[in-house]
Design a protein around this ligand. Structure first.
Ligand code: FE2
Length: 368
């Protein structure tokens, strides 16, 4: 009897007495979870973004009073203040493009012969990587660590180049070093539903960076990166939309509830925004975006594989300074991607967390 009742679904309650005791148990459990309240409160001063996991961030009552929008405004205000201090090192043409559009696109970024050597070494080499599947798309990443930097000198020269570093710092609004990978996007080769990256979304509420140096040409039917120009700016329309989303978030999809708000293309016009730009670009194009702007992986009509050097920075947004990041000290910075993968493996084996990036074995970046 007890055994069978334990397996009953929560909504199948056989008597009012049982319903009352179950209700009491649930309210005790929900009270007990509030021992974490100080942590949830402290998280407001960080980049924590999940409405589903933090009841303070997800509180409809507090968001009605402007909590989400206040965090958003403060984060953007501080990011632009940091960018003003980082601006002098960035060519005016790139800075103006970023300030206007939320992205920087530079074609023929590396001299042709340097790019050819880099491209040849990366696309023909076999590297130990990790992969993750979302929908019908598989993302594979090879951590760029000391060994790869030693074997391919053009790679180290690219990532140490002050021109690239000052540009990534400006877009990221911090001098924290990006985490870099050789990334392959393998679309339509695996069975699966809709790739969630195909939905227009903002990664998080605060400015942060993602960067690509494409190693292969990306045509318009190969699922190119898309970005809504100008969507990185906090306009009154965007603020009103954010406010409205923050109070109705619990009716939204899971990724929006975790703080990556999805937006329908039809909604863009009400925010005074254009339709997304599609980055169908030749190899050797550098693209950097602020991921609080709306972006997605574009549609594709056939199985495709593209390869790129990919980096990202997402630092706690409420810091007044642009540097002071011990993890950006070079001996640590170049090992972080490798360490991160190994550490998550150990935590996964110990049952403390779930590591979604499984070993992909040794492959060339353009292998399916
Ligand atoms: Fe994204």
């Amino acid at each position: 009897m007890f055994l069978s009742s334990r397996h009953e679904p929560a909504h199948e309650v056989s008597s009012p007495l049982k319903a009352r005791s179950q209700g009491r148990r649930l309210s005790i459990l929900s009270l007990l979870r509030w021992w974490r309240a100080p942590l949830w409160l402290l998280a407001l001063g960080t980049g924590a973004k999940s409405f589903a996991d933090n009841p303070i961030i997800g509180s409809e009552r507090l968001n009605r009073r402007g909590l989400h929008v206040a965090r958003l405004k403060a984060a953007h205000h501080m990011a632009w203040a940091r960018r003003r201090r980082l601006a002098a090192a960035v060519p005016a043409e790139w800075r103006e493009q970023f300030n206007r559009d939320g992205y920087v696109e530079v074609r023929d970024y590396l001299p042709a012969e340097v790019f050819a050597r880099l491209q040849g070494a990366l696309l023909n080499g076999r590297f130990e990587g990790r992969h993750q599947q979302q929908g019908d798309a598989v993302t594979r990443r090879v951590a760029i660590g000391p060994r790869l930097l030693r074997t391919i000198p053009e790679l180290g020269a690219l990532l140490r180049d002050p021109k690239l570093r000052s540009l990534t710092a400006y877009v990221a609004s911090t001098r924290s070093e990006p985490l870099y990978y050789v990334q392959s996007i393998v679309s339509g080769h695996a069975q699966g539903g809709l790739d969630p990256q195909r939905e227009l979304h903002a990664d998080t509420f605060h400015p942060s960076l993602k960067a690509w140096l494409f190693l292969t040409d990306v045509t318009d039917d190969e699922g190119p990166l898309t970005y809504v120009p100008g969507s990185h700016r906090l306009t009154p329309e965007r603020l009103a939309w954010e406010q409205q989303r923050s109070v109705s978030i619990h009716d939204s999809d899971g990724l929006s509830q975790r703080g990556s708000f999805r937006i329908a293309p039809e909604e863009l016009t009400t925010l005074g925004l254009p339709q997304p730009k599609r980055f169908a670009v030749p190899a050797n194009t550098l693209v950097l975006i602020d991921t609080c702007g709306f972006h997605a992986r574009g549609s594709t009509t056939r199985p495709t594989i593209r390869a790129e050097i990919w980096g990202y920075v997402r630092r706690t947004p409420f810091l007044p300074w642009t540097g002071l990041d011990p993890l950006s000290w070079e001996p640590i910075a170049i090992r972080r991607t490798t360490w991160l993968g190994d550490m998550l493996d150990r935590l996964h084996r110990a049952g403390l967390t779930k590591h979604y990036w499984a070993s992909a074995g040794r492959k060339r970046p353009i292998d399916p």
